[in-house]
Design a protein around this ligand. Structure first.
Ligand SMILES: NC(=O)c1ccc[n+]([C@@H]2O[C@H](COP(=O)([O-])OP(=O)(O)OC[C@H]3O[C@@H](n4cnc5c(N)ncnc54)[C@H](OP(=O)(O)O)[C@@H]3O)[C@@H](O)[C@H]2O)c1
Length: 316
């Protein structure tokens, strides 16, 4: 496993990291979640991503239990706030920052997180209020570094312009061969300001592993076949997208790797990406994905892959 510097922070994060959206605490059994985490540490993954809103606290609780026996300084832990936690608790107000960080720390069984991310921009709270509250939880020692997820370039510029507050070091956008939106503005803006990307759904929720045959229903045991996890992947399950993905398989074979590894190596070719956050429902997927770190792929193969997926209809 190779490691990259996370923006202007002092954190070194593994190029492949493990996330917990839809999986741990929701669609994946506790034992399988613990087995995936164990395997992640075995293969050198040191970076774990979650959010308060995943399973309304359930993902953080599962992680808290699974991580409890490990030295706290042996992994980099990231969580987020903003999503609706019920009872009117949502957003990035000062009161929510203080309430949600304490609740996350309790579930995660730790007294600090390495990275605290604004899950989305909150149009209902003045940005200054959010940045000052976040800066306070950093100064209290509950949070080491700050990040945001899916903020517009204008949101990001506005945050950079506020004086006297802690700086963001990470941006968490969706980014994959099938979703290249951050390339135009977010990546250059962040690269110029000490902010790295830690990207979500780098495998388009499993579609970029090539396991979904356009002519057949999703195989049992996959996210697309799951009642509890299957809704968000539906936008990707279009015949033209699945057919294009099948045409990527020979390129991965030429590169001497699996299609999952090829897709992850493609994401990691961008120097501003510090880590690709993958999900995993079983330890074998962790092995497959972790092996993408350090893979050297001929850029001509990536160019051919980009041409195959160019012009696909937008995900619905
Ligand atoms: N900031 C945000 O708004 C946001 C949004 C979404 C996600 N995230 C973060 O990003 C993380 C990753 O998102 P994601 O789960 O959509 O990522 P992903 O890596 O694109 O998809 C993960 C899923 O694909 C399948 N898979 C993974 N590796 C595989 C392999 N080698 N072979 C076959 N199937 C494989 C597994 O599902 P099955 O086995 O069930 O098919 C797995 O759960 C999340 O856990 C979360 O931490 C953030």
């Amino acid at each position: 496993m190779k490691y990259r510097q996370l923006g202007a922070s002092d954190l070194q994060v593994s190029e492949i990291s493990l996330g917990s959206w839809l999986t741990y605490g929701v669609g994946v059994e506790r034992d399988s979640a613990a087995a995936c985490l164990d395997r992640a540490f075995e293969v050198g993954i040191n970076f774990i991503d979650t959010a308060n809103v995943y399973g309304r606290g359930a993902a953080e609780s599962v992680l808290g239990e699974a991580l409890a026996g490990r030295p706290r300084d042996s992994y980099v832990l990231a969580t987020k706030l903003m999503g609706d936690m019920g009872g009117g608790d949502k957003g990035l107000s000062r009161a929510q920052v203080f309430k949600q960080i304490d609740a996350s720390l309790k579930r995660l069984r730790t007294d600090y997180v390495d990275l605290y991310q604004c899950h989305r921009y909150d149009p209902d709270t003045p940005l200054e209020e959010t940045m000052e509250a976040l800066s306070e939880v950093v100064r209290q020692g509950k949070v080491r570094w700050l990040g945001f997820s899916e903020w517009s370039p204008q949101n990001i510029r506005d945050a950079f312009a506020i004086p006297g507050v802690e700086r963001f070091v990470s941006s968490q956008p969706q980014y994959s061969l099938l979703w290249r939106r951050p390339e135009k503005e977010v990546i250059p803006l962040c690269a110029a300001n000490g902010v790295s990307q830690i990207v979500w759904s780098p495998l388009a929720q499993g579609v970029l592993t090539g396991k979904y045959d356009p002519a057949s229903p999703p195989p049992p045991g996959t996210r697309a076949a799951s009642d509890s996890m299957g809704a968000p992947i539906r936008g990707w399950m279009r015949p033209e997208i699945l057919q294009a993905v099948q045409r990527l398989k020979p390129l991965a074979a030429e590169a001497g790797c699996t299609l999952a590894q090829f897709a992850l190596a493609w994401v990691l070719r961008e120097p501003n990406v510090a880590s690709a956050i993958v999900g995993a429902s079983r330890p074998q997927q962790v092995d497959d994905n972790a092996a993408a770190s350090g893979l050297v792929v001929d850029p001509a193969l990536f160019a051919r892959a980009e041409a195959i997926v160019a012009g696909l209809p937008a995900r619905t």
